[in-house]
Write a protein that binds this ligand. Structure first.
Ligand code: CTP
Length: 396
């Protein structure tokens, strides 16, 4: 429940992307938000106020002369208690109204009268989006401090392909949740590793481990929410890339090492969460090993590069955070690892408790000793960890 106690005014304007808004209202309320839906007349041609009312569980507002509002001040009353106004979909027409400060219907009046931030998710045909008039309005809206979410690129309801597609409901939800997170990593480039690595034995078999990638992916999401540009070098996992995160998929430790080293120079922070295989199979077979070949295969191992140690050893490298998943003597092993790899911060957890679980309990090790964090979901723990990292970064 990421939106508890949050009040959102959701302005819906006319466009076929309205079909995604029913899902968005559902998802916002599931996260605990109170959603007041305000629709333009055009929007009601695409989706009904009854649908919006049923999903938000609240009255829907359609025009400035609503007899249900005794003081006739819905444009003021609705936004005074709101934390944010979200316009989705934001049509080309409505963006033009916003850019010119028009107050010609309830929604545009309310936007002008608001005392809270405004987010807008444009949705229109690609030619309408590319039109110089729309682009002028985009520039003006940004200059006025309005945050535009998307638009995305891809196939459009009209059959054309290009820019102007509204973000999906789950992406808009991620944007709204991120809007409420403190921007403690704004302007930072965070480079991360996550998940397991898999070392081939032959073309169909690998040596891997039980890392699910959940902790690393939660941390990537939390860093993105905190305003960072995040590059996530990920071993094989079943998880979708967190919204807004640049994911680079790799398989082996050596591929992970190369992908990290290619980005390390531009990173401000490196967080190594991946469970990297310590060795690879030197004599991996190019053909499938047959059991009829005679006896078990004799595998020869060679050490993999230590990605974290190599990044921490760079002359002007990023600020490094290591992870230690241990099955016993956590404090002793973790502090030993931190010193060995020369890290300002190492995060420890007990492996048997966290592998594939949705909750975790972390302990931080730095120059001042050990500091336990409360047990939490992996996402809440990740958000706390992002705050702890931000507080420890060297001041510029
Ligand atoms: N790490 C890495 N590259 C490796 C091995 C580990 O980047 N080749 C990183 C992990 O992502 C993690 C930390 O180093 O942040 C873990 O340290 P380490 O002790 O090397 O990992 P383990 O293999 O778990 O060590 P041990 O077998 O001694 O427990």
């Amino acid at each position: 429940m990421d939106l508890i106690n949050k009040r959102i005014v959701l302005g819906v304007t006319g466009g076929i992307a309205c079909y995604k808004i029913a899902e968005l209202v559902r998802r916002l309320t599931e996260q605990g938000a109170t959603v007041d839906v305000v629709m333009t007349e055009a929007a009601t041609h695409f989706i009904t106020p009854v649908t919006m009312q049923a999903l938000s569980g609240r009255p829907v507002f359609l025009d400035a002369w609503d007899p249900r509002v005794p003081n006739n001040m819905a444009h003021i009353d609705l936004t005074r208690g709101a934390d944010v106004v979200l316009i989705a979909p934001a049509s080309a027409d409505f963006m033009a109204k916003l850019a010119h400060g028009e107050a010609s219907d309830l929604l545009s009046t309310l936007c002008l009268a608001r005392a809270c931030p405004l987010l807008a998710a444009p949705a229109m045909n690609r030619e309408m989006w590319a039109n110089p008039a729309t682009q002028r309005n985009v520039t003006q809206l940004r200059a006025d401090g309005i945050a535009l979410l998307g638009p995305d690129s891809g196939s459009q309801a009209c059959g054309e392909v290009g820019d102007g597609r509204m973000l999906e409901a789950h992406q808009l939800l991620s944007e709204v949740i991120a809007f409420f997170q403190p921007k403690v990593l704004a302007g930072k480039h965070v480079l991360m590793t996550a998940g397991p690595t898999a070392e081939p034995i032959d073309p169909v078999r690998v040596l891997s481990n039980r890392s699910s990638g959940k902790t690393g992916y939660a941390l990537a999401r939390a860093a993105q929410e905190a305003g960072a540009r995040v590059t996530l070098i990920s071993g094989p996992t079943a998880l979708p890339a967190p919204y807004g995160v640049m994911r680079v998929s790799v398989t082996t430790a050596r591929q992970m090492h190369a992908a990290v080293m290619a980005e390390a120079a531009s990173a401000d922070i490196f967080i190594a969460v991946a469970a990297v295989a310590d060795w690879y199979v030197k004599n991996a077979s190019t053909q499938k090993i047959k059991k009829t070949r005679g006896g078990p295969p004799q595998l020869e191992f060679e050490a993999n590069p230590d990605i974290l140690a190599d990044v921490a050893g760079l002359a002007r490298g990023p600020w490094c955070v290591g992870f230690a998943a241990e099955t016993e003597n956590l404090a002793e092993h973790a502090e030993d690892k931190r010193r060995r790899k020369n890290l300002p911060l190492l995060v420890g957890n007990l492996a048997q408790n966290v592998m594939d679980a949705d909750a975790t309990e972390l302990a931080l090790f730095d120059d001042r000793g050990m500091h336990s964090l409360p047990a939490a979901t992996k996402l809440d723990a990740a958000r706390r960890l992002v705050a702890e990292i931000a507080a420890r970064l060297p001041k510029p």
